[in-house]
Design a protein around this ligand. Structure first.
Ligand code: SF4
Ligand code: SF4
Length: 164
C-alpha cells in the first residue's frame, strides 16, 4: 500500500517536472519576442502592421509586378474575347457587337467577377492591346459576392449617326 502511494507520487512529480521543463523551453523562445529583444538576427520581425501608421506605405510602394484586381481600359479593348476564352474559371463575361458605322467592335458588357478570379494573369498575357492589366488594388472586401463583380463595359451602343 505504502509502495503504491510512493509510486503514484513519484509519477505525479515526474510529470510536473517534465511539464515545467517543457514550459521553460517554450518561454525561452517566446519571451525574447515578447520583450522585443531577439538575439538571433536571422529571426527578426518581418511583419508590418496594416494599415501601417509609421511607414505610411501606399499602393505605389508595392512591387511592380503586383497582381491586384484586374482593370480594363475599355477604350483600348477591341472586344476580341481572348481573355474570356483563356480564363480557367470563366470569371470574365463579355458582350460585344460590330458597329455598322465605324466597323468598330463595341464592348457593351465587360464584367469581371473578382470573387472567382485566381489572379493567374493568363487573360492579361493574351490581351493583344494591353488594355487588360492587373492593377495594384487589393482591398476587395464586400458584404455580398455580387458586389465583387466589376463592370467596365461601355453600355448600349450608339445608334447610327450618333458618332461625333
Ligand atoms: S487573372 Fe486568371 S482567373 Fe482572373 S480573370 Fe484573368 S484569366 Fe481569369
Ligand atoms: S483580350 Fe484584351 S482586347 Fe480582347 S476582349 Fe479581352 S480585354 Fe479586350
Amino acid at each position: 500500500m505504502t509502495n503504491s502511494i510512493f509510486a503514484t507520487l513519484s509519477n505525479f512529480f515526474g510529470t510536473v517536472k517534465r511539464v515545467a521543463i517543457s514550459l521553460l523551453r517554450a518561454l525561452k523562445t517566446t519571451v525574447p519576442y515578447l520583450l522585443n529583444h531577439n538575439p538571433n538576427s536571422l529571426r527578426k520581425e518581418v511583419t508590418e502592421q496594416y494599415p501601417d501608421p509609421v511607414s505610411s506605405k501606399t499602393v505605389d510602394d508595392l512591387p511592380p509586378r503586383t497582381r491586384g484586381l484586374l482593370h480594363n481600359e475599355i477604350k483600348e479593348c477591341i472586344g476580341c474575347h481572348e481573355c474570356e476564352k483563356v480564363c480557367p474559371v470563366q470569371c470574365i463575361h463579355i458582350e460585344s457587337e460590330r458597329l455598322l458605322d465605324t466597323g468598330k467592335e463595341w464592348v457593351s458588357v465587360f464584367d469581371i467577377d473578382h470573387s472567382q478570379c485566381i489572379f493567374c494573369a493568363l487573360c492579361v498575357e493574351v490581351c493583344p492591346t494591353g488594355s487588360l492589366t492587373h492593377s495594384k488594388r487589393y482591398e476587395g472586401a464586400a458584404l455580398e459576392r455580387k458586389q465583387l463583380i466589376e463592370s467596365f463595359g461601355e453600355g448600349e451602343p450608339p445608334r447610327r449617326g450618333e458618332f461625333s
